[in-house]
Each structure stands twice: as structure tokens, then as C-alpha cells.
Design a binder for this molecule. Structure first.
Ligand code: HSE
Length: 317
């Protein structure tokens, strides 16, 4: 596509046990792609939205004020101080409303493609801030726990409010993931509405201690300790009931030796962790079996922690 700059951005698993709203990782399996080119006239237009079958791309708005990729591209243009027009094409490889950071991925790819098309070499923090604006129009809040790892790649701890702080945490070499999206939907608004406003003090202390333990485990490369830390007292207890089959699937994964199993983001996607390369297929089959039994078969994959948003088809100016 001469004249177009194409960026892709990955699916993310966010929250990660005690890291509600502040911890997430990039997955090396599914991507959204956004192509951007500069045009005369100063307008920002979404000229095409496509998607892999069954992912819901047809539901996305092409209004540039409402489309996450376009809002992120505009946010980049504002930061660069450019008045160039932008044309945008979006291809969805991530399912909408699945807990895999779909809107964040479109926003991150839109931000990076726009920056590159405008010839701007922006700091990752600036790209994340621009992508958060895109995320906010889709989700109502500028979540950074998926946009952060989506832009940076790896496992990222982010401070969600106040001055932006993003920390890339070490990724243990023997960490393998299973990611499964059951065939049901969970409205993000509902998943947030069930959250408690407050956590009892003793739960807060344990949750905070586990988040510290999790960061320590990643630095130590100790996956058994990581598994011990991967318990959430805030969101999972109240969200588990929104995902048919989740509790049985989680029990089966632990029974089969998973180090961790939990809900990705607001759900319904579920993830499991293992330190054995060949074990992922077994866990994937188990999750599939459990969600079939629950009447919500879906799709999943064994994957690894992956890189962040990247340019896949640069075009010279
Ligand atoms: N952390 C958010 C939630 C989702 O669980 O509601 C994505 O940022």
C-alpha cells in the first residue's frame, strides 16, 4: 500500500492476579493493524474497517470522534503540532469486548502509525498517553494496564492515575501462557459495576503484599513464587460469576498443574500460566473442555509474552 504506514499492536492480558488496573502483559498471538497516511485538507477520516470473521469489527464506529484508532491518531497529531489530514484503515485481529485489550490495541496501533506517518519519533510515554485517549472513548476510562504493555511489550506495571509511570518487568524465560476466550460476552460496564468500592483493610494488605511478591518473583525468575502471588481479592471474586464455566475451568487448570489461572481484564477471556513448554496444550484442551461443558465454547492458544506495538510496513516519505 504505497503511502500508507502500517502498525500492529498485540492483544494483552491485564490485571494479572493482584495487579488490578495496573499490571498487564503483551501476548505474541493476536494483533490489530492500523494503516495511516497523510493527506491534504486537515481532516481525519476512517476510510476502512475490516476484521477477521466473527470478531465484531462491523460494530465499530467510523466516526473519527468515536473510533479509538482515529482518536489516538488525532491525539498524536495534536502532540506533534501538525495540521496534516490523516486517512486511517483498521483491521481487527482481536475480538471486541473480550478482555484482551481490543480497543487499546487499535488505539496503540493508531498512535504509532500516525506518529510514523507524521515523521515524529515520540517517546513511548507520549504514545501511551495518546493511545489512552483512544481507549477512553471506547471504554469510558483511559485504562493503562492494557495500553501500557500493548505499546511497550513485555510485562508492564503502570501507575494508573497521576503522573504516568510505566515499568517494564522482567519476563522469565520459562513462562508459557494459555489464553482462552469463551464464546460469551461480558459488558465492561457490567464487569466494572460489580466491583466493590472498598476493600477491607486486611484484604488490601494481602493484595498489596501479593503484588509486591509478584514483582519480586519476576525479578527473581521464580515462577512458583509468581504462581503463589497470582491471587486477586478485588475483581475476580465478584466477576467469576459473570463467566459461565470459569470456576470449573480454573479448578481444572490448577488440578492439572497450572501455576496460575485467572480472568484477563474485564473478561470473559481466561489465562493460565505454566513453566513447562509442552504443558500448555494440555491446559488449553482442559479449558476448552470446561467451556464446552458450560455451553460457551470459544477459541484459545498457547502463547508467550510478546513485544509491543510495531511498524510492519513503513513507507518512505
Ligand atoms: N483493568 C480493567 C478491568 C480492564 O479489569 O476492568 C482493562 O484495563
Amino acid at each position: 500500500m504505497a503511502g500508507w504506514v502500517v502498525a500492529r499492536a498485540p492483544a494483552t492480558v491485564s490485571n494479572l492476579g493482584p495487579g488490578f488496573d495496573c499490571l498487564g502483559l503483551a501476548v505474541d498471538r493476536w494483533y490489530d493493524e492500523v494503516a495511516v497516511r497523510t493527506v491534504e485538507g486537515g481532516e481525519i477520516r476512517v476510510v476502512e474497517i475490516t476484521g477477521d470473521p466473527g470478531l465484531g469489527a462491523e460494530r465499530l464506529p467510523s466516526d473519527p470522534q468515536a473510533n479509538t484508532a482515529a482518536v489516538a491518531a488525532r491525539a498524536v497529531r495534536d502532540r506533534v503540532g501538525s495540521r496534516a489530514g490523516l486517512e486511517i484503515r483498521l483491521h481487527k485481529g482481536l475480538p471486541l469486548g473480550s478482555g484482551l485489550g481490543s480497543s487499546g490495541a487499535s488505539a496503540a496501533a493508531g498512535a504509532l502509525a500516525a506518529a510514523t506517518a507524521l515523521g515524529a519519533d515520540l517517546a513511548v510515554e507520549t504514545l501511551v498517553e495518546a493511545a489512552r485517549e483512544g481507549e477512553a472513548v471506547a471504554c469510558g476510562a483511559p485504562h493503562v494496564d492494557n495500553v501500557g504493555p500493548c505499546v511497550l511489550g513485555g510485562i508492564v506495571l503502570a501507575i494508573p492515575s497521576g503522573p504516568l509511570r510505566l515499568c517494564r518487568l522482567p519476563v522469565p524465560e520459562d513462562l508459557h501462557l494459555v489464553v482462552y476466550t469463551p464464546g460469551c460476552s461480558v459488558a465492561t460496564a457490567e464487569a466494572r459495576a460489580v466491583l466493590p468500592d472498598r476493600l477491607p483493610r486486611e484484604d488490601h494488605v494481602v493484595q498489596a503484599a501479593r503484588l509486591g511478591l509478584l514483582v519480586h518473583a519476576l525479578h527473581a525468575g521464580d515462577l512458583l513464587l509468581l504462581g503463589e502471588a497470582m491471587v486477586d481479592l478485588l475483581a475476580e471474586p465478584v466477576r467469576a460469576g459473570l463467566i459461565p464455566g470459569f470456576s470449573a475451568a480454573k479448578a481444572a487448570a490448577y488440578e492439572a498443574g497450572a501455576l496460575a489461572c485467572g480472568i484477563s481484564g474485564a473478561g470473559p477471556t481466561v489465562f493460565a500460566m505454566t513453566n513447562r513448554a509442552g504443558h500448555g496444550d494440555r491446559l488449553l484442551a482442559l479449558l476448552d473442555e470446561q467451556f464446552q461443558l458450560a455451553g460457551v465454547p470459544g477459541r484459545g492458544a498457547v502463547c508467550r509474552v510478546g513485544g509491543g506495538a510495531e511498524i510492519v510496513a513503513p513507507v518512505p516519505h
